[in-house]
Design a protein around this ligand. Structure first.
Ligand code: FAD
Length: 380
C-alpha cells in the first residue's frame, strides 16, 4: 500500500494549504462568531476549482482523485470546520448524487453550476423523525400526471437555506419500505411550495447553515427524478459511503489544527521556569495526538484507495469516519488541556476545534450506527 501523493496531488494540497493559511485562518474566528455563510470564501474556492474537485472537467470539475480531494478537504477543515461541512455537503453529497445517478441532461444542468462554484448544493435526507432510521421518513412524492407533488419536511440540511439545488429524498410508494424511496432535484428559487423554516443554533460548525425545509404541494416534473423510482435508498447509502471518507477528512483537518496549536503553545508557555512542552506529560500528549491523527489519515486513504480501485469499501469508509471522528474530539480535547485555562477561552482557537470536532461523531452515520455497519460486515 502506497498512499504517498503524486507530485500533482502534492502541489494541489499545498496550494489549498496556502489558501487556507492566507484566506481562511485569519477569518475563521469571525465565521465562528457571526455564523454567517462565507460567500466570499466560497466564491474564491469556486475560482480555484475547489467546489467541484472530484468531478470531470466536462462537468466543470477539477478531475481530482479520491486521495487529492480528501487531502484538500482536510486542509479546508483545518482552517474552518464550517467550511469543511459546506464543501463536503456540496460535493460529496449533492454533487455526487447528481454525478452518480443523474442523466446527461441533469448533470449538465445541475452538476456543472455546482462544480463551477456558481451554485451551492444540499442533500435532503434526514427528517425530524428519521435520522439514523432513514426509511422512517414521511415526506412523500405522489404521482400527478407527468410529475410528482411533494409534501413534508426535512431537518438538519447543511447548506439548505443557501442552496440552488437540493437533492431530496421522498417516498413515492409508502408500502414498499426501503424500495419506496426516490430522489429528486429541487430548485428552491423555481419550485413553488418550497420554504426554509429556519436554521439551527449549533454548538459549532458555524458558517454552514443547517436548515429546516418544508414542501407544501411542491410540484416536480418527472425530469427532476434521479434514476428510477424506488432507487433512492440505495443511492443515499452509496453516496453516504463515499461521504464518510470526506467526513474523516474534516475530522483529521480539525485534529491537525488542534495539534499544531498545541505544539506551538507548548513551546511558548512557561511554567516552573521552563516551556510546558518540556514536561514529559505534555510531550506524551503531543505524541499521542500526532499518532492518532496519522493513523486516522492512513485509514482514510486506505478507504479512498479501495473506492478508487472499485473494491468493497463500506467497512473501511465506516472505520475511517468512526476512528477519525473520535480521535478528532480526543485530540481537540487534549488541545484545550495543553492550553490550560486559556484553552477554555475564545482567546485561542482550540475551544472552537473541540466544538467543531464533536459533530463528526453525529452526521453521516453516528458512531453507534457505524459500529453496527462494521460489525455486520465481520459476520457476513
Ligand atoms: C450539524 C448537522 C448537519 C447535518 N447535515 C445533514 C445534511 O446535510 N443532510 C441530511 O440529510 N442530514 C444531515 N444531518 C442529520 C444527521 O445525519 C443525523 O442527525 C444523524 O443521522 C443522526 O440522526 P438523529 O439526529 O435523528 O439521531 P437518532 O437517529 O435519533 O439517534 C439518537 C441516538 O440513538 C443512537 N441510535 C440510533 N439508531 C441506533 C441503532 N440502530 N443502534 C445503536 N444506536 C442507535 C444514535 O447513535 C444516537 O446516539 C445533519 C445533522 C447535524 C447535527
Amino acid at each position: 500500500m502506497d498512499f504517498s501523493l503524486t507530485d500533482e496531488q502534492r502541489q494541489i494540497t499545498e496550494m489549498v494549504a496556502d489558501f487556507v493559511d492566507e484566506e481562511v485562518v485569519p477569518i475563521a474566528a469571525e465565521i465562528d462568531e457571526t455564523d454567517e455563510f462565507p460567500w466570499q470564501l466560497v466564491e474564491q474556492l469556486g475560482e480555484l476549482g475547489l467546489m467541484g474537485m472530484p468531478f470531470p472537467e466536462e462537468y466543470g470539475g477539477a478531475g481530482l482523485d479520491y486521495h487529492a480531494y480528501p487531502a484538500a478537504l482536510e486542509e479546508l477543515s483545518r482552517g474552518s470546520g464550517g467550511l469543511g461541512t459546506i464543501v463536503a455537503a456540496h460535493i460529496s453529497l449533492a454533487g455526487n448524487m447528481l454525478y452518480a445517478f443523474g442523466d446527461e441532461a441533469q448533470k449538465e444542468q445541475y452538476l456543472t453550476p455546482l462544480a463551477e462554484g456558481e451554485e451551492i448544493g444540499a442533500f435532503g435526507l434526514s427528517e425530524a423523525g428519521a435520522g439514523s432510521d432513514v426509511p422512517a421518513m414521511e415526506t412523500t412524492a405522489e404521482r400527478d400526471g407527468d410529475g410528482y407533488v411533494v409534501d413534508g419536511g426535512k431537518l438538519w440540511i447543511s447548506n439548505g437555506s443557501v442552496a440552488s439545488t437540493v437533492v431530496l429524498f421522498a417516498k413515492t410508494d409508502r408500502a414498499a419500505g426501503n424500495r419506496g424511496i426516490s430522489s429528486f432535484v429541487v430548485r428552491p428559487e423555481e419550485d413553488e411550495g418550497f420554504t426554509v423554516e429556519g436554521t439551527e443554533e449549533k454548538l459549532g460548525d458555524k458558517g454552514c447553515p443547517t436548515a429546516e425545509l418544508r414542501f407544501d404541494g411542491m410540484y416536480l416534473p418527472e425530469e427532476r427524478r434521479l434514476g428510477d423510482e424506488g432507487d433512492g435508498f440505495v443511492q443515499a447509502l452509496k453516496t453516504l459511503n463515499g461521504g464518510r471518507i470526506t467526513i474523516a477528512a474534516r475530522s483529521i483537518g480539525i485534529a491537525q489544527a488542534a495539534l499544531d496549536a498545541a505544539v506551538e503553545y507548548s513551546q511558548e508557555r512557561e511554567q516552573f521556569g521552563q516551556p510546558i512542552g518540556e514536561f514529559q506529560a505534555i510531550k506524551h500528549k503531543l505524541a499521542d495526538m500526532d499518532t492518532k491523527t496519522r493513523a486516522a489519515r492512513l485509514l482514510m486513504h486506505d478507504a479512498a484507495d479501495r473506492k478508487m480501485r472499485g473494491e468493497p469499501f463500506i467497512k473501511e469508509a465506516a472505520q475511517a469516519k468512526l476512528y477519525a471522528s473520535e480521535i478528532s474530539r480526543e485530540v481537540a480535547n487534549e488541545g484545550i488541556q495543553i492550553h490550560g485555562g486559556y484553552g477554555y477561552t475564545k482567546d485561542f482557537p482550540v475551544e472552537r476545534y473541540y466544538r467543531d470536532a464533536k459533530l463528526n461523531e453525529i452526521y453521516e452515520g453516528t458512531s453507534e450506527v457505524l459500529r453496527n455497519t462494521i460489525a455486520d460486515r465481520l459476520t457476513e
